[in-house]
Design a protein around this ligand. Structure first.
Ligand code: AVI
Length: 365
């Protein structure tokens, strides 16, 4: 059983439900799938010649999803260049509370978090991207070593170089790895005193069985890969259940940025599989599924449509039929603490904002 020291337990009931396949391999923006950019044919043209695709597994994955009933597109395909920019805009929207609320929790409880976590650690940020969130943490934690992990090591190198400049005494490294496939750190990264940092509530984009698998991988990392006195920890951001209107507005903002973000996946898919999706024929849907405690995003056909792709693939959509593009699970602290315990983190402590909208959780084996 978890021995959770939950400072602000969520008032909402725990919800559990059957996972969907669609989001198992969802990636937060910094883990965006970036293969095939540059090999792309002209978007949105069924007639344009389509170059041979470099990796058939991507083609197969997308087309298999499109042929499912209901159709799905993995959220990792949100994050092409435009999708990543749109996501950045989302994080600044008045309706999208998670980013600024997590930041406020980290600021407000900086001293307590630092006391719990400890100074001089090896800080490992998963999905580090531009290392912006870790930079703030480094100022309070003064880690001895920082390891930014991201699928795109090239992108990371600049960010990690800037970390070295700002924190000259800190050993800062960039590691290119897809965390969904397991992360192996360089052999000289200290095995004791590791702190894995996974902010942004990105764990919510994985369905619960895959979220559990990821937490188990994080547990292996903080365990120093078998080191008996590893003394490691995990610091992770969790979006909590809240008023449905607040949740739904965050994923269907008045300015239409989230709609553009969702629709952009069709343009990206067109480039990846040579399909002829016309985003103008689809509309963005986002709603809270109370039973599963998750926001669901879908794209809905506004009229009967036929979509074709390279190699003769075809899918007919009836008017109103949907493609499921994303889940964003909202965990109560008791439910998430239970998941942490199943992943081998038996102690957990959480800090939240005054409204109880978002939690930063420190967990230890
Ligand atoms: C990356 N992830 C945590 C975001 C979320 O809130 O689930 C992705 C997102 N989708 C629509 N808006 C934001």
């Amino acid at each position: 059983m978890a021995q959770a020291l939950l400072q602000t337990p969520s008032p909402l009931l725990p919800t559990q439900g059957a996972p969907r396949q669609a989001a198992w391999n969802a990636k937060p923006p910094h883990l965006a799938f970036e293969a095939f950019e540059g090999l792309a044919p002209e978007p949105d043209s069924a007639q344009a010649p389509v170059p041979a695709l470099a990796d058939p597994s991507v083609f197969d994955e997308i087309t298999a999803g499109l042929l499912q009933q209901p159709a799905t597109i993995s959220p990792k395909y949100f994050y092409d260049q435009l999708g990543s920019e749109l996501f950045e805009s989302i994080t600044r929207l008045p309706e999208y509370y998670p980013t600024r609320t997590e930041h406020a929790v980290m600021q407000q409880h900086a001293a307590a978090i630092a006391d719990a976590v400890g100074h001089g650690r090896t800080l490992i940020e998963l999905g580090a991207g531009n290392c912006e969130k870790a930079r703030t943490l480094c100022r309070t934690l003064a880690p001895a070593c920082f390891v930014g992990v991201d699928i795109s090591a090239d992108f990371l190198h600049d960010a990690v170089a800037r970390m070295r400049e700002e924190f000259p005494g800190m050993d800062a490294r960039a590691v290119g790895a897809d965390m969904t496939r397991g992360v192996t750190l360089p052999a000289d990264i200290p095995r004791t005193g590791r702190l894995v940092f996974y902010p942004g509530s990105s764990i919510g984009n994985f369905d619960p069985p895959h979220a559990l698998m990821l937490l188990e991988q994080m547990r292996d990392l903080v365990d120093g890969e078998g080191e008996p006195h590893a003394n490691g920890g995990l610091l992770i951001g969790i979006d909590l259940p809240k008023d449905v209107d607040v949740l739904e507005a965050a994923y269907d903002d008045a300015a239409g940025v989230t709609a553009a973000f969702n629709l952009n996946v069709l343009t990206h898919v067109n480039r990846l599989i040579g399909s002829n999706f016309d985003p103008a024929q689809w509309r963005h849907l986002a709603f809270f599924n109370t039973l599963q405690s998750r926001i669901e995003m879908h794209l809905q056909a506004m009229s009967p449509l036929q979509v074709r792709w390279q190699g003769g693939g075809v899918r007919d959509f009836a008017a109103g039929e949907c493609i499921h593009t994303e889940n964003s699970y909202k965990y109560t602290l008791p439910v998430f603490t239970d998941m942490l315990a199943r992943a081998g983190f038996s102690r957990a402590q959480a800090w939240t904002d005054p409204r109880g909208w978002f939690a930063v959780v420190h967990a230890q084996p």
